[in-house]
Design a protein around this ligand. Structure first.
Ligand SMILES: *Cc1c(COP(=O)(O)O)cnc(C)c1O
Length: 465
């Protein structure tokens, strides 16, 4: 057996080999891949294996596909280590972390213009996905209560959303058995903008989702126009349909860069807003936030009461235990940066995005979808008729060979024939790095344009929004 598979059961189990520099007398020189090792190893040895394996992950700074934070300063890293053992659910053991969580969402409630922040209610979550699940559940439960009160059936709830929603909304509808009613985006209506909304809503509609920062393109959906359309429907039919704003990225951009734009609780129909602390909240992965306008928007029967220092602590979450450190990191960023600091950081990202948008336009073969003036995202498509020899998938491959991750993917449903490519500008993509990327783009576009026939290779479509 040893001869065949180095002592492991099958080829698949072949050892994760240890660098000989780190092997020690009497210790294994490798670990089984899918079987719990039979015995112990030294911590240094195990560390080295995990460290070396993780090194094979990409360089996060060159990953322009993700919205998620990949850099925090040394003080944040110190706090992160100090707080690594804190469990968010354990409000009894960590009352101060719980108090800081409350301070954070109250700050967000104010930032998002809740009429009475003290009457708002909110929580941290593991990310925007969990926050969106909670938002959807609150919409569904409110709708159920009012239907039951009216003696009407509650078996066919639906949710109206753009065809360009993030996948978490499809999950919500699937997991909680709500019919998704997708309003297809089109070249005339590049976002959900309220037009034709009356054809999608009815008495079974639990709410409408508006996205601040569509993942495909980075565009804001006009929350005010969606609300106006729903106001008209209300006046005409009596249906009073609330809006949830999915501000995973934009809810931490718009308050700083577009303060005049009313997209938040200033729009009366907005019942709740979520954001990802780990996106433009500038915290490491594992943090989301949700705030409801007031306690009225969050049915009491979704809240669990746990005893807390003799008092009572409301909790609302899908998971029980979850890390508390990220909440402290968010508080750190709020204190460290304040409003002005956030404005400067987000403004810096927007400037880089605009610079990239202009440079990419100047390359010639591309038409922009967005130029970074909503969230700091640039998305473009290949100009029709430019070439039959290559696609944005090929360009994405060429950039990947140079270390840059710049995904290409099809647009949703009705526009799925269109491929777009997207750069998410995050804090850490400096103007210098961006200029390096533009040079690489120039070289690779020139290479592809120099082809005398179609670029060989398979089309890749796998991409997770
Ligand atoms: C990223 C994103 C989500 C999901 O957020 P996570 O924090 O990754 O769970 C939901 N909606 C939108 C619009 C997003 O951009």
């Amino acid at each position: 057996m040893r001869a065949d598979h180095q002592g492991y059961e099958s080829a698949e189990e072949e050892a994760v080999a240890l660098n000989p520099v780190f092997t020690r007398p009497g210790e294994a020189t490798g670990f089984p891949r899918f079987t719990l090792p039979a015995g112990e190893s030294l911590p240094e040895t195990a560390y080295q294996v995990v460290h070396d394996e993780a090194m094979l992950d990409g360089n996060a700074r060159l990953n322009l596909a993700t919205f998620v934070g990949t850099w925090m300063d040394d003080h944040a890293s110190r706090l992160f280590l100090e707080a690594a053992d804190k469990n968010m659910v354990d409000k009894d053991e960590y009352p101060q972390t719980a108090a800081i969580e409350t301070r954070c969402w109250r700050m967000l409630a104010k930032l998002w213009h809740a009429p009475e922040p003290a009457r708002s209610i909110g929580t941290s979550t593991i990310g925007s996905s969990e926050a969106c699940m909670l938002a959807g559940l609150a919409l569904k439960r409110r709708w159920q209560h009012s239907r039951r009160a009216a003696g009407k059936p509650t078996d066919r709830p639906n949710l109206v959303l753009s065809s360009a929603v993030q996948v978490c909304w499809e999950k919500f509808c699937n997991y909680w058995e709500v019919e998704p009613r997708f309003v297809p985006i089109s070249l005339e209506h590049k976002t959900l903008d309220g037009s034709a909304l009356d054809q999608y809503v009815d008495e079974n509609t639990i709410g409408v989702v508006a996205i601040m920062g569509v993942t495909y393109t980075g565009m804001y959906e006009p929350v005010q126009e969606i609300a106006a359309a729903l106001d008209a429907i209300h006046a005409k039919t009596g249906l009073d349909i609330p809006i949830h704003v999915d501000g995973a990225s934009g809810a931490m951009i718009a308050p700083f860069l577009q303060p005049e734009l009313p997209w938040d609780f200033r729009v009366e129909r907005v019942a709740s807003i979520n954001t990802s602390g780990h996106k433009y909240g500038l915290v490491y992965p594992g943090l989301g936030w949700i705030v409801w306008r007031s306690q009225k928007e969050l049915p009491e029967d979704l809240i669990f009461r746990v005893s807390y220092l003799g008092g009572d602590m409301p909790t609302l979450a899908l998971n029980f235990s979850r890390p508390g450190a990220q909440v402290l990191l968010q508080y750190y960023q709020f204190l460290r940066l304040g409003f002005e600091g956030f404005r400067t950081v987000q403004g810096g990202s927007r400037d880089v995005a605009r610079y990239l948008a202009a440079a990419i336009t100047a390359l010639g073969p591309f038409d922009l979808w967005t130029d970074g003036s909503d969230i700091p995202v640039v998305a473009w498509q290949l100009r029709e008729g430019h070439t039959a020899n290559w696609t944005l998938y090929d360009l994405s491959d060429r950039l990947r060979m140079r270390g840059w991750l710049v995904p290409a993917y099809p647009m949703p449903e009705a526009l799925s024939a269109i491929t777009v490519q997207r750069i998410v500008v995050r804090n850490g993509l400096s103007r210098d790095l961006a200029a390096g990327l533009v040079e690489t783009l120039k070289t690779e576009v020139a290479f592809l344009d120099g082809l005398t026939g179609p670029m060989p290779g398979e089309k890749r479509v796998a991409f997770h929004h």
